[in-house]
Design a protein around this ligand. Structure first.
Ligand SMILES: *[C@@H]1O[C@H](CO)[C@@H](O)[C@H](O)[C@H]1NC(C)=O
Ligand SMILES: *[C@@H]1O[C@H](CO)[C@@H](O)[C@H](O)[C@H]1NC(C)=O
Ligand SMILES: *[C@@H]1O[C@H](CO)[C@@H](O)[C@H](O)[C@H]1NC(C)=O
Ligand SMILES: *[C@@H]1O[C@H](CO)[C@@H](O)[C@H](O)[C@H]1NC(C)=O
Ligand SMILES: [Fe+2]
Length: 495
C-alpha cells in the first residue's frame, strides 16, 4: 500500500476537487437539464451544518493562537465559501465580532460521501486570559452555522510562573463504557471555569485510541467516529482537545471497508495538532508545545521507529521521528519550562504479563518501544512519560532500564529526580473493557501503584511554589464511577 504524507494527500484530493468542479461547471454550460447531484443536496442544509467543533493549541511560536476545527457531511465551496469562525471577547450573541478566514484548511480524502469534510481555522492574536464566544460558519452562507460556544485563552506564557496549569488526561476511550469518564471530564471543565478562583489554564490530552471506530463493522467506521465526536460536544468546543496517535487510529479492521480509510487517515484529517501544517512535520503523528511550566512532547508509538508496529506507513516527511524527538527535547529551555512530559500510546512499563515478564524484564511490544525511546527519555531527563493502551492505571517508581532510582521506591513525594516516572492511563472507557486484575504481575520492582477496578482519568497540575522556591508537578488519578482519588503523587525540583 502506498502511503503519502498528508500534505500530498491534501494536494491530490484538492486536485480531484478542482477537476470535479471543472467537470460540474462544464456540465452546467453544456446542458441545462442535467441534474447535478451536488445541487440537489443543497436543499438539505443540515448536511452543511458545522458539527463536532473542537479546539487545539498550535505550536509555541504562536502561544496566543488556537485552531478551531469542525466537520460537515457535505461542502460546496462555490455556494458556501470558505470556512470561517466568528468570535468576540465581549458579545455572547456575536452581533459584534471578528471573523477569521485568512488561514484555514479544508480536508477531504477518499469518498467524501463516506468521510465528509474537515475544516480547520487558525485564529491568531487572541488576547491571553480572556473568555471568547465563537461560532463556526462559512463566508458566503452565515446562516448555516454551529452553536455559539465559548473558550478561555491561557495565561501569557511570560506570567506562567504565577499560575497553576491543569490538564485532564486519559487514553483509550470510544463510544462504549466511556459514559462516566466523559461525564466527569464535562463536570470538571464546567465547574473549573465556573469557579472564580480558577484561572483559564485547562485542556484535555487524549493518549491515543480515540473513537474505537475500527472495532465495529467497516461500514460503521465513519459513523462511529461521528458518534464519538458528537458525544464530546460538551467538552471539545470548550477546551483545547489535544490527541496523540494509538493503534486504533490506523483505520477500519473489519470488512467491508475502503482502503482509503487506512493509514491513520481519519486521525490526520479530523484533528489539527501542532505540526500538522508545518513543512517539517506535516501530520498529527508527533508534536510538541509549551503550556505553562511544561513542554509536552507527543510521540508516535505506532509508526516510524525501528521495528514499529505499522512499518507500511511512513510519516517521515523531512525528519525522522527519533531524530525529531532528540532534537526537540535537546532544545527545550528548562528555565522557561522546567518540566517535560512525554505522552504516547503504547507503554514501555506495564505489569500486564504481555508487556513484562515475572522477573520484571520488559518483553513484547514494550521491549521494542524501550529500545527505541527509553535512552532518549533518560538522556534528556523527561520527568513523566504517560501512555494508554492497557485499560487500567499504573504508575512506576522513577525508573530507567528497569532499575529504580535509588532511594525513591514507593514514595508519593519526589524531589530533584533523575529518572522518569512512567504512567499507564488507559481506562478512559472503551468497547474492549477494562484489563482484568488477573492479567497483571503484582509486585514488579519498578511498579508503584496499579488500579484496574474502574475506568478513570488523571489530573496533572504544574505550578511554582514561591514559599519553597520549587517547581511542582502534581498528578492525581480518579476512579470514574465514584470520583474517588485512587493515586496521588508530586514531583518537585529546585527553581
Ligand atoms: C509553527 O507554526 C508556524 C505557523 O503555522 C510555522 O511557520 C512555524 O514553522 C512552526 N514552527 C515549528 C517549530 O513547527
Ligand atoms: C495550512 O497551510 C496552508 C498552506 O500554507 C494554508 O493555506 C492554510 O491556511 C494553513 N491552515 C491553517 C489551519 O493554518
Ligand atoms: C441562507 O441565506 C441564503 C441567502 O443569503 C438563502 O438563500 C437561504 O435560503 C438561507 N438558508 C437558510 C437555511 O436560512
Ligand atoms: C526474565 O524472564 C524472561 C522471560 O521469561 C527471560 O527471557 C529473561 O532471560 C529473564 N531475565 C533474567 C535477568 O532473569
Ligand atoms: Fe491501544
Amino acid at each position: 500500500m502506498i502511503s503519502l504524507p498528508p500534505k500530498q494527500w491534501w494536494w491530490s484530493s484538492s486536485l480531484i476537487l478542482i477537476l470535479l468542479t471543472i467537470i460540474l461547471i462544464a456540465a452546467e454550460h453544456t446542458s441545462r437539464v442535467i441534474a447535478l447531484p451536488i445541487k440537489t443536496t443543497i436543499t438539505t442544509t443540515t448536511d452543511f451544518t458545522p458539527t463536532q467543533v473542537h479546539l487545539a493549541f498550535t505550536n509555541s511560536t504562536h502561544p496566543n493562537a488556537l485552531v478551531i476545527s469542525f466537520h460537515t457531511k457535505n461542502y460546496n465551496k462555490e455556494w458556501l465559501g470558505m470556512p470561517i469562525v466568528k468570535y468576540s471577547a465581549m458579545d455572547s450573541t456575536l452581533s459584534h465580532h471578528y471573523e477569521q478566514s485568512a488561514e484555514s484548511s479544508v480536508f477531504q480524502y477518499g469518498n467524501t460521501q463516506v468521510t465528509g469534510y474537515d475544516f480547520h481555522v487558525w485564529i491568531p492574536n487572541l488576547k491571553f486570559s480572556t473568555k471568547y464566544y465563537y461560532q463556526c460558519t462559512f463566508s458566503q452562507m452565515q446562516n448555516i452555522s454551529s452553536e455559539i460556544y465559548n473558550f478561555y485563552t491561557k495565561t501569557d506564557p511570560k506570567q506562567a510562573q504565577h499560575e497553576v496549569h491543569t490538564v485532564i488526561m486519559y487514553g483509550d476511550q470510544g463510544t462504549t463504557n466511556s459514559k462516566n469518564v466523559i461525564a466527569r471530564t464535562t463536570e470538571y471543565i464546567h465547574s473549573y471555569f465556573g469557579n472564580k478562583e480558577n484561572n483559564n489554564n485547562l485542556f484535555v490530552y487524549h493518549l491515543g485510541d480515540i473513537s474505537y471506530a475500527d472495532d465495529f463493522a467497516g461500514v460503521q467506521y465513519q459513523p462511529i467516529w461521528n458518534q464519538y465526536m458528537d458525544m464530546m460536544a460538551n467538552i471539545m468546543p470548550y477546551v483545547p482537545y489535544m490527541v496523540c496517535v494509538g493503534n486504533h487510529e490506523n483505520g477500519p479492521q473489519n470488512k467491508p471497508y475502503d482502503d482509503f480509510e487506512r493509514g491513520f487517515m481519519a486521525y490526520n484529517h479530523r484533528f489539527f495538532m501542532p505540526g500538522r501544517n508545518s513543512s517539517l512535520i506535516g501530520h498529527n503523528m508527533w508534536h510538541s508545545f509549551e503550556n505553562g511550566l511544561v513542554t509536552f512532547v507527543a510521540i508516535d508509538t505506532e509508526t516510524n521507529f525501528p521495528h514499529s508496529f505499522f512499518p507500511q506507513f511512513n510519516f517521515q516527511n523531512k525528519i525522522d521521528q527519533l531524530e525529531w524527538l532528540s532534537d526537540t527535547l535537546s532544545k527545550i529551555d528548562r528555565k522557561k519550562t522546567p518540566w517535560v512530559v512525554v505522552v504516547g500510546h503504547r507503554p514501555i512499563y506495564s505489569s500486564q504479563y504481555i508487556f513484562s515478564a515475572a522477573n520484571g524484564s520488559i518483553i513484547g511490544e514494550s521491549k521494542i518501544l524501550q529500545q527505541a525511546f527509553e535512552d532518549i527519555l533518560y538522556k534528556y531527563q523527561v520527568d513523566i512519560a504517560m501512555f494508554g493502551h492497557v485499560h487500567s492505571y499504573e504508575r512506576t517508581n522513577p525508573v530507567y532500564r528497569t532499575q529504580v532510582e535509588p532511594g525513591t521506591a514507593n514514595s508519593n513525594h519526589f524531589h530533584n529526580l533523575r529518572y522518569t516516572i512512567h504512567i499507564v492511563n488507559g481506562a478512559g472507557g472503551n468497547t474492549e473493557g477494562l484489563t482484568p486484575g488477573k492479567d497483571f504481575y503484582l509486585g514488579q520492582s519498578w511498579a508503584s501503584k496499579i488500579f484496574y477496578q474502574d475506568e478513570g482519568y488523571g489530573i496533572l497540575k504544574s505550578r511554582f511554589d514561591s514559599n519553597l522556591n520549587v517547581y511542582s508537578l502534581e498528578f492525581n488519578y480518579y476512579a470514574a464511577k465514584t470520583n474517588e482519588l485512587v493515586d496521588s503523587f508530586t514531583v518537585t525540583k529546585n527553581a
